[in-house]
Write a protein that binds this ligand. Structure first.
Ligand code: SF4
Length: 72
């Protein structure tokens, strides 16, 4: 057995494009905007998964990091 620390598997939210860092809250939050009807339907959904999940966050994070000034 090696000594490498295993990183826990990311949650679906951590891989979702709607999961972003919020300066005010100082944490990552879901930024998906739902109207009241959509929100009620979301809370009452039968499956555990999120129907709004959109993959590709990792790519966007890397892309934003590459756009930071001073990083070349
Ligand atoms: S849209 Fe769904 S999967 Fe994506 S961050 Fe929000 S709750 Fe998580």
């Amino acid at each position: 057995m090696d000594n490498q620390e295993k990183r826990p598997s990311p949650t679906p939210c951590e891989e979702c494009q709607y999961f972003e860092y919020d300066d005010l809250a100082d944490e990552e939050i879901c930024t998906l905007s739902l109207d009241e009807d959509e929100y009620v339907a979301f809370l009452n959904r039968k499956s555990r998964g999120c129907p709004y999940f959109r993959s590709g966050r990792e790519y966007d994070t890397v892309k934003k990091q590459n756009e930071l000034p001073g990083l070349e």
